[in-house]
Design a protein around this ligand. Sequence first.
Ligand SMILES: Nc1nc2c(ncn2[C@@H]2O[C@H](COP(=O)(O)OP(=O)(O)O)[C@@H](O)[C@H]2O)c(=O)[nH]1
Ligand SMILES: [Mg+2]
Length: 319
Amino acid sequence: MPANLTPQYYAAEEKYRKAATPEDKTEALQEMLSVMPKHKGTEKLQADLKKRLSQLREESQKKKQKGGYNPFHVEKQGAGQVVLAGCPNTGKSSLVSILTRAKVKVADFPFTTTLPATGMIPYEDIHIQLVDTPPFTEDIVPPGLTGTFRNADALLIIIDLSTGECLAQLETTMSLLEERSVIDPTRENPVAVPYIVLGTKNDLPEAAGNLSVIEELYPETVILPVSVNGHNLESLKVKIFDILNVIRIYGKSPGKKAQMDNPFILKKGSTVIDLAYTVHRDFPQKLKSALVWGSARFDGQAVPRDYILHDKDIVELVI
Ligand SMILES: Nc1nc2c(ncn2[C@@H]2O[C@H](COP(=O)(O)OP(=O)(O)O)[C@@H](O)[C@H]2O)c(=O)[nH]1
Ligand SMILES: [Mg+2]
């Protein structure tokens, strides 16, 4: 049955995507639920949203009880937060270390990583935060870890292609994340976290055979083979930037050159108003129009407040 969602619903969903704090997320979810048409076609969506809402309440409750500090809550930095998820020894820490040069422990025995650790990936003119995490198994999931996954802007699901266990690793990881409503392989749940599946240790001889077995069994799952000696690492960075679904906007003051370092990071689909809000909370009220270099038809074109910006636009806000 079609859901027939309204423009108000999509506006609230957009607000959810842009929300940076749990409080803003909660508010947007409540709005999504209240404006959504209630009928059979939206039952599953309603259930998904209610579940996410109660998870958010639980998380903020736990945070209060713990008196604030939770090592599994990783403060966001840079253009987006990408969190690794996978079984022991799959090569998570090695990947974080090679992509970010962060000093994380790498070892040939399981459970070397006990708490989340972060590093920044340099990508063109921005930095993306990468978070290494402790592993989980079918039987042991560190408490708090799913909270780290759920709070991420995107996940890298890691399996080790050099071992025949990679199939079981994929199944364990996917079912954990699906059961806890972190991801949604059908991509229907708007509040699910987007993800990429990576097959590591592609330099080892068994990798190619294992990869083709998985591809045959799970034709709908796209796996990017990588290795720390460089295989596919550049295209991985591009895929990570793409999945974050953000744009870079360079600010310009009247009569001055554009500021080409430290761009503003906004969600794809953001407008001039969204940019103004990011610059300063009370800017949108003062804003008259904006001049855009890049996506507009000609350089320095005046655009309305609801103009949709594109990656790498230069914008001068006119107040
Ligand atoms: N040959 C090869 N070995 C790797 C690669 N990535 C990781 N390893 C090895 O796999 C083992 C486990 O790596 P680690 O990053 O600690 O895994 P984690 O437990 O998932 O964090 C270590 O001995 C690494 O040196 C790779 O791309 N190729
Ligand atoms: Mg590790």
